[in-house]
Design a protein around this ligand. Structure first.
Ligand code: AMP
Ligand code: ZN
Length: 493
């Protein structure tokens, strides 16, 4: 029996503002879409936090036995400066500044994004579609929205008609905004815009002659509006209505609000059953943001080359730091916070090491089945990782007591304890023991030193055939020996 049958998850749904029992559309299957990065610069740790939170959601759903189709897109066109309908495309602007092709910008930052995710032990999504790869789908969507009477074309651009949409639906239902208030709070059009109303948003923008990223369409050469790509790609791979849509809190309005409007206007249904929004990462008390420059990127944190932190921190520590707070809380990245997480992380890893060496004897001093259920209950409660971690530490305390002879554990419970700790620490939280990784590289270095010594002995005995063989065979596996006046050193290619 899959674990999801005995574990009822509750998810905080941003649309209703309530925790709701999670019921997937098709039993045993979950469709999840998360807005991916706009690949015009390096991701910062705030971006990483949001993706990490959804990586944990993905991992837990998979752990429960769901077949999850997780779609996370790459925004490589259509995202204009300041998230607005005017201004330069973020990718095109970077291409202009760096004097390279827009697709070189996209490639550079997509590769870097993937490297960062690998460093932090992310699971890859099931599909990672790009906006530029789905222009045809976006044009089809626009045609449908125009046909249904919710969009209009002006001078080669197409805008979504928010006022008409609001007559039969409610624009603002996700972000809890009311159109009247929006009208009140927005500047009137300056005569430069083709929009009927300032609240309308672009589905398609006419490309001016200097705009490099352009595609032919029924309305002339242009490019899609930012919100449209997510509607096109989510519904293409997950259906007109799917289970979970995620992203950072800042995407609620206008991005996700517009996604709902587009879907309702094109397909007549609201696209998503559970909207999940991850809260913001701050840096020393202020939101981490590309636009204000208050950022640290992952390379800077992992290498220690930055002006904020006293030392370098490992990916495992950063992942643990993130999991110590709920994905719905604001999290402040501080030196003290990271140092405290580092201590906690290694205490947990030490506990796991001790767990490998303890033996069963007699009865258990802790009700292990009850403890195991508490771990599941924590994650079932809207993926409450900090509570899960508090239960993991309860187990660490117990493990240490067993080691010191102050507590005991039965054979069955020892098996349950090991399975549960491994499942939650490695599979669900995605933590990796950096020390173990380090110690395997230490072991490799030790083994190479042994071979260097044997080679020296062979040379001393004038057995040059053997000494060359050692050198050449190491080279074939990528370990290069270099003889210098202070002895032999090696490098790994
Ligand atoms: P972008 O590349 O700007 O579209 O952002 C990618 C993701 O990072 C989006 O889901 C944003 O909501 C999220 N994000 C941006 N800034 C932060 C932050 N300071 N903390 C957490 N998530 C963020
Ligand atoms: Zn999106």
């Amino acid at each position: 029996m899959p674990l999801y049958q005995s574990n009822q998850i509750k998810i905080y749904n941003s649309l209703t503002g309530k925790k709701e029992v999670f019921q997937p559309i098709n039993e045993g299957y979950v469709g999840m879409y998360v807005c991916g990065p706009t690949v015009y610069s390096y991701v910062h740790l705030g971006n990483v936090r949001t993706f990490m939170s959804f990586d944990m959601v993905f991992r837990y759903l998979k752990h429960l036995g769901y077949k999850v189709r997780y779609v996370r897109n790459i925004t490589d066109a259509g995202h204009l400066e300041n998230d607005e309908d005017a201004g330069e495309d973020k990718v095109a602007k970077k291409a202009r500044l760096e004097q390279i092709e827009p697709m070189e910008v996209v490639q550079k930052y997509t590769v870097d994004f993937h490297n960062v995710l690998n460093n932090f032990n992310f699971l890859p999504p099931s599909i990672e579609p790009t906006a530029t790869g789905h222009i045809i789908e976006q044009i089809e969507l626009i045609s449908k929205i125009i046909e249904n009477g919710f969009a209009y074309e002006v001078n080669g651009s197409v805008y979504f008609d928010v006022h008409t949409f609001n007559k039969t639906s409610s624009y603002g239902k996700l972000s809890k905004r009311v159109l009247e208030d929006l009208i009140h709070n927005t500047r009137t059009l300056d005569g430069q815009s083709d929009k009927k109303n300032p609240q309308d948003f672009a589905l398609w923008k006419k490309a001016e002659p200097q705009h490099i990223m352009r595609w032919p369409s029924p309305w002339g050469d242009g490019f899609p509006g930012w919100h449209l790509e997510c509607t096109a790609m989510s519904t293409k791979y997950l259906g007109d209505k799917f289970d979970i849509h995620g992203g950072g809190m800042d995407l609620k309005f206008p991005h996700h609000e517009c996604e709902i409007a587009q879907n309702e206007a094109a397909k007549g249904c609201s696209p998503v059953n559970y909207w999940m929004h991850a809260n913001m990462l701050e840096l020393n008390g202020a939101r981490m943001s590309k636009s204000t420059g208050n950022t640290v990127n992952p390379h800077e944190l992992l290498s220690g080359e930055n002006n904020f932190f006293s030392k370098a921190f490992t990916p495992g520590v950063v992942r643990f730091f993130n999991a110590q707070s709920s994905y719905r809380s604001v999290l402040d990245l501080t030196n003290d916070g990271l140092l405290a997480s580092e201590k906690g992380f290694y205490r947990l890893m030490d506990g796991i090491k001790v767990l490998k060496s303890i033996n069963a004897s007699g009865n258990s001093s802790l009700n292990v089945s009850e403890w195991r259920q508490k771990c599941y209950d924590a994650m079932n409660d809207d993926f409450n990782s900090p509570i899960l971690i508090s239960h993991l530490f309860e187990a660490v305390k117990y493990i240490n007591q067993i080691k010191e002879g102050k507590a005991s554990i039965s054979a069955d419970d020892l098996k349950t304890l090991k399975n549960t700790m491994n499942a939650f620490v490695f599979e669900v939280l995605g933590l990796e023991n950096d020390e173990e990784t380090n110690s395997s590289s230490d072991k490799l270095a030790g083994a190479v030193e042994v071979l260097i010594k044997l080679r020296q002995e062979a040379r001393a005995n004038k057995d040059f055939a053997l000494s060359d063989k050692i050198r050449d065979e190491l080279a074939t596996v990528g370990i290069v020996l270099k003889d210098g006046k202070d002895g032999t050193t090696f490098s790994i290619n």
